[in-house]
Ligand binder design. Structure first.
Ligand SMILES: Cc1cc2nc3c(=O)[nH]c(=O)nc-3n(C[C@H](O)[C@H](O)[C@H](O)COP(=O)(O)OP(=O)(O)OC[C@H]3O[C@@H](n4cnc5c(N)ncnc54)[C@H](O)[C@@H]3O)c2cc1C
Length: 311
């Protein structure tokens, strides 16, 4: 990034009192624990600050006639960040941007950076059912809507009734159910990476808090039993192909334990690539490629990564 952009950004962020860090390693912000430094990691505290950051980047691009690479991340639980780092701005919408409000009609309003885990606990405490499936998915609400995260027969699409986002020009819009275009690990946001989700309204159904807790605990125990949660990863590496399960196909090809550098196909769950020993992004990419090639050759199924590659 050009030094004039760095100086301008620093000055403006200081003036607006928006938290940021320089040259932060992305390995600290991804559950894979992989990734080199980004030029700026900006951590807005509210929607106004998110919009200010986007307007700032947009304005600098126009004045300096030069694109500024930027991206939004949540908890980084579905991302592989490059070893060489990210020469641009990462807008981190996570812990700093986390707030929950109980609203009318059994709804919960969550800012995009709120961890799903926190929303699940909040819903349970208030005797609201419908989000139990998400207990244990280590993402933020924003990341979960973007991906239409799901598990155990539930998906974000079942509970999200409204979202608020901003575009790169700072225009704020609300979307409703008919607009979301939710599909398997897909939403309208997947098709509009320039839209940043600010908040999400979730509608749930009243139920017995003890029953909700029991279901949540059951899902968590199943995760602990089946998934290699003791190692850094980004969850399921591949999407589920039509008519099969990625993990089962990988296991069938005898690829459990296959290793490239510090990355390994988990012995516990073949659907997970895990970071067993200081894996690099390059290790993971090579392993993902090897697995997909072998599975296609031996079974005919084409595996598509669910993991997103930050570039
Ligand atoms: C151990 C483990 C288990 C997992 N289990 C599941 C599971 O059961 N089901 C499942 O679906 N997933 C699962 N995942 C994957 C992951 O947790 C989900 O995809 C989650 O929804 C990602 O959320 P995030 O906040 O970490 O997003 P990130 O990984 O940070 O980002 C993912 C994408 O969302 C975009 N994004 C994030 N926040 C915003 C925002 N505010 N506005 C616009 N775009 C945004 C990013 O730009 C990126 O493209 C698992 C991961 C791990 C590590």
């Amino acid at each position: 990034m050009q030094s004039v952009i760095i100086e301008q950004l620093q000055q403006s962020l200081n003036k607006m009192n928006i938290p940021y860090r320089r040259n932060e390693k992305l390995s600290r912000y991804t559950t894979f624990r992989i990734g080199g430094p980004c030029t700026f990691l900006i951590a807005p505290r509210d929607s106004k600050q998110v919009i200010s950051v986007l307007l700032l980047l947009n304005g600098l691009e126009r004045i300096l006639q030069c694109p500024i690479k930027h991206t939004v991340i949540g908890n980084g639980s579905n991302i592989l960040a490059p070893d060489e780092g990210y020469d641009g701005v990462v807008i981190w919408l996570s812990r700093n941007f986390s707030q929950l409000t109980l609203t009318n009609n059994n709804c919960i309003l969550a800012t995009a950076g709120t961890p799903l885990l926190q929303v699940c606990h909040f819903a349970q405490l208030h005797g609201l059912s419908g989000l139990e499936f998400a207990y244990g998915i280590p993402g933020t609400v924003g990341g979960a809507v973007y991906m239409n995260a799901g598990a155990y027969g539930g998906e974000m699409k079942d509970v999200v009734v409204r979202t608020t986002h901003t575009d790169y020009e700072g225009k704020v819009s609300n979307l409703q159910r008919k607009d979301f275009d939710f599909g398997y690990r897909h939403s309208v946001y997947t098709d509009h990476p320039d839209w940043t989700i600010l908040s999400v309204l979730i509608k749930l159904t009243p139920d017995d808090p003890a029953k909700i807790k029991e279901t949540m605990n059951d899902y968590m125990s199943r995760r602990q039993a089946k998934q290699p949660l003791e190692y850094p990863s980004a969850g399921s590496t591949f999407k589920r192909p039509e008519g099969a399960y990625a993990g089962a196909l990988i296991e069938q090809c005898g690829l459990k334990g296959l290793r490239v550098g510090g990355a390994e196909v988990s012995q516990k769950h073949a659907g997970f690539v895990i970071n067993v020993d200081h894996a690099t992004a390059r290790d993971v990419r090579q392993l993902v490629r090897k697995v997909a090639e072998t599975v296609e050759k031996e079974t005919g199924y084409e595996l598509e990564p669910e993991l997103l590659f930050l570039r």
